[in-house]
Design a protein around this ligand. Structure first.
Ligand SMILES: [Zn+2]
Length: 362
């Protein structure tokens, strides 16, 4: 095979290997005992977002392809050919179903590419099947990583992949991830080995932020507390992602309960990602109401988002002696809104409208 030509003037930073994997001891131990030669044909990793499902899948794939692994399942060497290609994002034997992959599959199928979607359609599953029929490039097994499999709602996609999973092949491995395994069709679920990824310990998140993202210890602890078990959320928080949306969601939720007679500006959901945005809005609203409730019940110590403390104080003061039960009602309304958003196809903006009415009448 011809050696890959290096780019002419590569002034970009070298791609970095993923930081050491954190937590999920039960899953790591499970694979350690199993070893690399007795893997099932397909796994479904499930658990809340940001707890390492996709990262683990990527590292497992790297370790399986590594020429000199030091341990299993997390011991890829980082320097051999397959490792370097995986780190550079150009592994020939691992197929990651990313937005780019989905767009490319659409393009190859001659489908209009301006359709804005990050959820795989039948074109994607056909492309997966096509690629998984090929021979391994490095001589190991072909691995297909499909993140967020619970977002797939198209029966045709399920049926196409079902055929693949029905014929286990030692040369192929499927790694699916999902936040909600109950959303994955039972026929698919029953053909995979389901493994649960737990919420991460605050101390693990804080340590990871300090050790690998240069976050000062105190700030790392604050971010870890706020992230409620999700390293992904802590990193998004650190990067300032969604700060505006979360901030406006917090102000809106508190305003609704504090000044019900005033019409508060509801947070604006973007057209393309309204379903993701409403998850953020409800998450931020829940955190704010939870913090205000903690302040009312237990005082300052239990407040997670200390930057917003004065907003909580104003809210608790305005609600008066009934602050705690009213905030509990508000939290229940947010949970109910989350359930409606999750389980129905009611447009997110209407769910927000419904919640606004509830919050103003607690
Ligand atoms: Zn290696």
């Amino acid at each position: 095979m011809a050696k890959t030509k290096e780019p002419e003037s590569d002034v970009r930073a070298q791609p970095q290997p993923p930081p050491p994997f954190v937590g999920q001891h039960a899953v790591v131990e499970y694979f350690h005992r199993l070893g690399p030669h007795d893997l099932a044909p397909a796994y479904l990793f499930h658990g809340q977002r940001g707890v390492g499902k996709r990262t683990f899948a990527a590292i497992l794939a790297m370790t399986l392809h590594c020429e000199r692994p030091t341990s299993f399942p997390l011991g890829y060497c980082g320097t051999c050919g397959p490792c370097r290609r995986a780190i550079a994002g150009s592994s020939g034997d691992t197929i990651l179903i990313s937005e780019e992959f989905i767009r490319e599959a659409d393009r190859l199928a001659g489908k209009s590419v301006d359709r804005k979607t990050d959820v795989m359609g039948i074109e994607t599953s056909r492309r997966i099947i096509q690629l998984m029929q090929l021979h391994s490039y490095e001589g190991g097994r072909l691995i297909c990583i499909v993140p967020d499999f619970d977002f797939v709602t198209n029966d045709a996609v399920y049926n196409a992949l079902l055929k693949e999973l029905e014929e286990p092949n030692p040369g192929r491995l499927f790694l699916l991830t999902a936040q909600r395994p109950d959303r994955v069709l039972p026929t698919i679920r029953s053909r995979t080995t389901c493994l649960r990824f737990d919420a991460l310990a605050e101390s693990d998140i804080a340590r990871q932020l300090s050790a690998h993202y240069n976050v000062p210890a105190e700030r790392a602890r604050t971010l870890a507390r706020r992230a409620q078990g999700s390293l992904g959320d802590a990193l998004a928080d650190l990067a300032g992602e969604g700060v505006d949306l979360r901030g406006s969601a917090r102000a809106w939720a508190l305003n609704c309960v504090r000044e019900p007679r005033k019409m508060s500006q509801a947070p604006a959901l973007s057209k393309e990602s309204a379903r993701e945005d409403i998850v953020e809005v409800l998450h931020a609203a829940r955190l704010a109401l939870r913090d205000a409730l903690s302040l009312a019940l237990a005082g300052d110590d239990q407040v997670l988002d200390r930057a917003a403390r004065s907003e909580y104080e104003r809210t608790v003061a305005a609600l008066g002696p009934d602050a705690a039960p009213r905030l509990v009602n508000a939290l229940q309304a947010v949970n109910e809104a989350a359930r409606i958003a999750d389980e129905t196809n009611i447009p997110p903006a209407n769910v927000i409208g419904w919640l606004q009415v509830q919050l103003r009448s607690v």
